[in-house]
Design a protein around this ligand. Structure first.
Ligand code: FMN
Length: 186
């Protein structure tokens, strides 16, 4: 089986990270893989914000705690009370993919780019997982005020984000894949 197909089949979402930071050389490969994702009309409408600064990671975590707490969802509100709350699993690296709101398909381009980041990370033995809640970061003023530090370009909004780091746990076994999701017409 080709290496790329093996990587696609073997990548799993990782939710338990070592605190040791990934190497800059590995990060560069991961980001290059993101930049080579397909994009509508080759607009490359993405921007990648890599956050490895512990203070900033902590501030993001506290904004998400407030959002979870006030979400109206009792499960989320309960999670927000935990002292070790971290919807990004204390990962040492977060990558926010934002998209140019004026592009044809910023969400699709950004999602494909994030998929490439995950596969490249897997190829380098680095764990990763999509973090959906980061999309809500700018829903409240405390979150919006972080944008100066995040440097998300004017006219871009967050489309997707991922946590990255070396896996500190067992490799999860894949959940069974659903039957009946394929139609082949010849
Ligand atoms: C759009 C999207 C949002 C997701 N959000 C989260 C998330 O917020 N937290 C999380 O732990 N996993 C998240 N995941 C990861 C999925 O739970 C995971 O991909 C799925 O369970 C299949 O497992 P696998 O990635 O190991 O194959 C998300 C995945 C996608 C595609």
């Amino acid at each position: 089986m080709s290496e790329i197909v093996k990587a696609i089949l073997q990548r799993r979402s990782i939710r338990n990270f070592k605190q040791e930071q990934i190497k800059d050389s590995e990060l560069a490969v991961i980001l290059e893989a993101g930049q080579f994702a397909p994009s509508a009309r080759n607009e490359q409408s993405w921007h990648f914000t890599v956050i490895q600064n512990k203070d900033l990671l902590g501030k993001i975590n506290e904004v998400l705690r407030t959002i979870f707490f006030n979400s109206g969802n009792p499960d989320f509100a309960e999670r927000a009370k935990a002292e070790n709350f971290s919807p990004f699993y204390h990962a040492p690296t977060l990558i926010i993919v934002s998209g140019n709101e004026k592009a044809i398909a910023p969400q699709h381009n950004g999602s494909l780019a994030l998929g490439n980041l995950f596969l490249a990370a897997h190829a380098l033995d680095i764990g990763s997982v999509w973090i959906h809640s980061l999309r809500s970061l700018f829903d409240i003023e405390e979150g919006r005020s972080l944008n100066r530090e995040l440097g998300i370009p004017e006219g871009y909004s967050i489309v997707a984000s991922g946590a990255f780091g070396y896996n500190a746990g067992e490799k999860p076994t894949p959940a069974p894949r659903k039957e009946g999701t394929i139609t082949i017409i010849k």
